[in-house]
Design a protein around this ligand. Structure first.
Ligand SMILES: Cc1cc2nc3c(=O)[nH]c(=O)nc-3n(C[C@H](O)[C@H](O)[C@H](O)COP(=O)(O)OP(=O)(O)OC[C@H]3O[C@@H](n4cnc5c(N)ncnc54)[C@H](O)[C@@H]3O)c2cc1C
Length: 587
């Protein structure tokens, strides 16, 4: 009998639950039009555009998708696009999905190179074998490069006559369900939120399939440039090979000093994979009214510990959890907590809407998300032009005194910044509070090209997501949505507001241990001066900081997990030099 094979090309959707393709095969699903499919071939590609694959045994990597040699480096600074923490997280997620698929009678075919070349090769080989290809299906991505990949796939497969189909699944509210065309997306988040904030804007999550149609044996496909079959190599072997180029060439910026037990104190100890993500989901929502989720609004400004915020971002970025799965649990927690609809669950969904918003911004503005002038150029080109003149850039990444290099290597001498940058470099995670402060210092105090900061984040963040990252960076730098010159944070005030007892600072910067809790926030003005092993002077000092050097014992109280204090209004922003208690980023 002729095999009728459906190829599921997996990208940032490394899960079985509420999956745009697999869930169609759950027993509760209608499976209309799929009766004739005899086999499903799930395919994953370590895409050489984003991840350095040159270390894989015997690979013929070839050029980038546009024929260039740019490889897996960031555009402006040339950092590795996917640094060590994310390589580890991604690899674990891929192999976790493989075992989950095996447990329901399927498997995952793992490749490396260019998706369009690989899918074309697979389709041709199967057709030559006499198989019928029902279609090549994949989940859509909202970003320009990923869209270009989709175009290349369609073009490459055109001559095979195989139907290509894609599904929206990345956002909570799907683009097709928006109550306005994308071109009319408001440029201010609050206006967007007010138009979409209703439970019927999204559907319930779909179940995982209990069993999947069998995995088809593949004919032999020879490796060639851009086409590499990872095959049955063990996870650890593949991981070592993927990490080897990064270890051989860590880049021009010296590594961050590692004098802490980062694994033990990490706020994101999760190793990747849907299995772990589902456990985290249970952990965060278990306990209803007493759950971490129910208390989210009170704790979300923390910086220390695993539970001050959901830590779902990495799972969302790689598609280990769908936003609908999280939103459903968030709605339930509010119902059970008797919170009149504005409990922790509401605020978690509020943040998911920020994530959606940046997706739609990416859809609307495309490549402008990555340009120096930002999306501001579209609505105020004069202002964007003016700002573009004033950004600094390092003369060399090897110059350890350069402010950008000091920022990246956690040696600015401003403890809140350094603690956060060190956490990022050693674990691949940083709290939202931290991200806003470090981005503000780089762009508003040091006036450095915001794209360098965004690329440093891109390289290191485990939860890196193009629109959330570049959208937030533009927002803080004042070249994105709702651009306002005054979106600036005071890191001394912020440190004292959210880490009054300096627990976070001293955890990540042990050199500050000997200072009083107050002095730890600004060691250069402490009676004994900065301790050995910590910069003597800050990289810059704003007059606005000076009003916060005193020891104000009556500052706000700490919060669960020792993560710092909450703002009076419970809001997530605030503390900026001129924006007071404003919910920056809506956060
Ligand atoms: C400069 C800068 C860069 C950032 N880069 C990224 C990035 O690359 N990837 C990323 O997922 N988030 C990014 N964020 C947003 C935010 O900091 C993280 O999503 C959040 O800290 C992750 O922790 P959490 O999952 O515990 O969040 P929670 O507070 O528990 O929030 C729940 C979820 O809501 C979403 N969310 C929360 N805040 C935001 C926000 N401001 N923008 C978009 N989505 C949000 C995330 O998916 C998050 O998992 C960035 C923020 C800033 C200021």
């Amino acid at each position: 009998m002729t095999r009728n094979i459906l190829i599921a090309f997996l990208r940032n959707d490394l899960r079985l639950t509420d999956h745009p393709i697999f869930s169609q095969f759950a027993s509760s699903s209608s499976q209309r039009g799929l009766e004739n499919v005899t086999h499903i071939l799930p395919v994953y590609v370590f895409d050489q555009q984003y991840i350095e694959v040159g270390g894989l045994n015997g690979i013929k990597k070839g050029k980038g998708p546009g024929g260039d040699q740019h490889g897996a480096r960031t555009r402006v600074a040339g950092f590795w696009r996917t640094g060590k923490p994310r390589v580890q997280f991604m690899t674990r997620s891929v192999y976790d999905l493989q075992s989950r698929l095996q447990s329901i009678g399927s498997d995952l075919s793992i490749w490396s190179g260019h998706p369009h070349l690989i899918l074309h090769k697979i389709v041709k080989a199967l057709q030559k074998n006499g198989d019928n290809i029902h279609g090549v299906w994949y989940g859509e991505e909202p970003h320009t490069e990923e869209k270009a990949t989709e175009k290349r796939i369609k073009k490459a497969l055109a001559e095979t006559q195989v139907p290509v189909r894609s599904f929206q699944h990345r956002s909570l509210i799907l683009p097709k369900d928006l109550p306005f065309p994308l071109k009319d997306l408001p440029d201010v988040f609050t206006q967007f939120r007010k138009r979409v904030e209703a439970p019927d804007m999204y559907n319930d999550p779909l179940p995982a399939p209990e069993k999947l149609k069998p995995f088809p044996e593949l004919p032999l496909i020879e490796n060639e440039e851009g086409v590499y079959n990872v095959g049955k190599q063990a996870e650890q072997e593949v991981l070592q090979q993927l990490l080897s180029p990064l270890e051989k060439d860590p880049g021009p910026i010296k590594p961050v000093k590692d004098d802490v037990n980062a694994d033990k104190i990490s706020a994101l100890p999760f190793k990747g994979g849907e299995t772990e993500a589902l456990k985290r989901l249970e952990h965060y929502f278990t306990g209803d009214a007493n759950s971490h989720a129910a208390n989210y609004k009170e704790t979300r400004n923390g910086m220390l510990g695993v539970d001050y915020s959901s830590k779902f971002s990495a799972a969302l970025a790689h598609g280990l959890l769908s936003p609908r799965t999280i939103a459903k649990r968030a709605e339930e927690v509010d119902k059970k907590s008797n919170s009149s609809g504005r409990g922790g669950g509401y605020w978690i969904i509020f943040e998911l809407l920020w994530r959606d918003y940046f997706f739609f911004v990416s859809e609307k503005y495309g490549s402008q998300l990555y340009t120096l002038k930002g999306i501001e150029e579209s609505f105020d080109s004069k202002a964007a032009q003016e700002k573009a003149k004033s950004w600094n850039a390092p003369d060399s990444f090897e110059n350890e005194k350069d402010p950008f290099v000091r920022w990246a290597t956690a040696e600015t001498g401003v403890p809140l910044i350094d603690a956060n940058m060190k956490e990022l470099a050693l674990t691949g995670f940083m709290s939202n509070r931290g991200r806003q402060n470090v981005a503000s210092l780089l762009t508003k105090d040091l006036y450095y090209d915001w794209r360098l900061g965004a690329e440093w984040f891109e390289s290191l963040l485990v939860d890196y997501d193009p629109s959330s990252n570049y959208g937030n960076w533009q927002y803080v730098a004042g070249v994105g949505n709702d651009p306002r010159a005054s979106r600036q944070f005071n890191p001394i005030k912020q440190g004292k507001d959210y880490d009054r007892e300096a627990k976070y600072l001293k955890t990540w910067l042990p050199a500050l241990e000997q200072l009083s809790n107050n002095d730890a926030h600004h060691p250069w003005v402490s009676p004994s001066g900065s301790p050995d092993g910590y910069p003597a002077k800050p990289v810059c000092e704003s007059p606005a900081w000076k009003g916060h050097y005193g020891n104000n014992a009556n500052r706000r109280g700490g919060i669960r997990g020792g993560g710092g204090g909450r703002s009076k209004r419970g809001g997530r922003g605030g503390g900026g030099q001129s924006n007071g208690q404003r919910r920056n980023n809506g956060n």
